[in-house]
Write a protein of this length. Structure first.
Length: 124
């Protein structure tokens, strides 16, 4: 009996006891936290439930596509001290609008918001 045989057998036994690397065993990367919405900002997210790209505003936007929300925004959080108007059309054009009071949140809409301004700058 050679001396290498017991070492080979021990290595095979150890290899069979090691857990197999399966997709379930490999840890998935942790999801990244959503970008925070700072005080005195009105934040608009591209998807409902405050997910996706986010546009923080302090003065408003007549077309949120310029802030990276090319498809508009579907959830919002007003962290300012005044009401804001959200429009479903770019350019603050006529059409359906929604008012979000200070501290208010919009948790997802069937239609995307395309413009937003503080209520003092826009008659809703």
């Amino acid at each position: 009996m050679s001396l290498t045989r017991p070492f080979r057998e021990a290595a095979l036994v150890a290899a069979s006891l090691a857990p197999a690397a399966s997709p379930a065993a490999v840890a998935a990367p942790a999801p990244q936290a959503a970008e925070p919405c700072h005080v005195e900002h009105f934040c608009l997210w591209g998807r409902g439930r405050f997910e996706g790209p986010m546009a923080p505003c302090t003065k408003g936007s007549r077309d949120v596509a310029g802030q990276g929300l090319t498809r508009g925004g579907r959830s919002a959080w007003n962290r300012t001290s005044e009401a804001w108007c959200l429009g479903y059309n770019p350019g603050c054009a006529s059409g359906a609008k929604e008012i979000v009071k200070p501290g208010g949140k919009v948790r997802g809409t069937p239609y995307a918001f395309k413009s937003l301004l503080p209520r003092s700058d826009w008659r809703c």
